[in-house]
Design a protein around this ligand. Structure first.
Ligand code: DX5
Ligand code: ZN
Length: 216
């Protein structure tokens, strides 16, 4: 199975959001990645549910929503109503992660759990079988355009091995500092989904960059 590409709207031109979503619609992107930040879990605030609601009728790609917020379990209904395909919550933000994952699935979405760069994959041992995806952060969450943390390649490899050893069907997504060079190494290490923000939207031809990432 070929890997997926999920452009992160965080690096798009917010004055032209409709146009930017249309650019993604007409591209080879598989999903649209949407980053919600609360200024508490991460030191930045991005956009919230009204923006997701506005994007919903225009977006023709499955919406991959990444919540960088405390207590994400409080907003499962809002994320589902906004039409999300995948809801990603941070391991570090969930005290009752199993309950939250079950509630996400009951709301009709796929469930993803995100790990910060310092959080070991071993902590997923007793939840992995209940997940649709693990999102590995390859930068500290909160901002686009940061430098890729090298350790993420080995972490991707080890996570993929852990999933295969258990015979599970769980995707591995990697987010932060992805470009053609880091993306290639992540794919070789077993990544199933590449998120990229700056690398796509800061290029004059985002569709070409998406195609290049898709055909690594
Ligand atoms: C960072 C976000 C990312 C971000 C990636 O906290 O989760 O999705 O948009 O941006 P780049 O690809 O620019 O590192
Ligand atoms: Zn993200």
């Amino acid at each position: 199975m070929s890997h997926k590409v999920a452009p992160s709207l965080l690096s798009a031109d917010f004055l032209q959001l409709g146009k930017e979503v249309e650019t993604i619609n007409a591209s080879e992107a598989d999903w649209l990645h949407l980053d919600i930040m609360d200024g508490v879990f991460v030191p930045n605030i991005s956009f919230g549910f009204p923006v997701l609601q506005a994007i919903k009728p225009v977006c023709r790609k499955p919406m991959d929503v990444h919540l960088m917020i405390v207590e994400p379990q409080k907003f499962i209904r809002e994320v589902a109503d906004a039409g999300a395909y995948m809801m990603n919550v941070h391991y570090e933000a969930c005290t009752h992660l199993h309950r939250t994952v079950c509630a996400i699935r009951e709301a009709g979405m796929k469930a993803g759990v995100t790990l910060n760069p310092h959080t070991p994959i071993s902590l997923l041992e007793d939840i992995l079988a209940d997940l649709d995806m693990v999102l590995l952060m390859s930068v500290n969450p909160g901002f686009g355009g940061q430098r890729f943390i090298e350790h993420s390649v080995d972490k991707t490899y080890r996570l993929k091995r852990m999933i295969r050893e258990r015979g599970l069907d769980v995707l591995v997504e990697v987010d932060g500092g992805v470009n053609l060079e880091t993306g290639k190494r992540l794919i070789e290490a077993g990544a199933d989904v590449l998120v990229a923000g700056n690398f796509i939207f800061k290029n004059p031809d985002p569709q070409k960059v998406i195609s290049e990432l898709k055909h690594i």
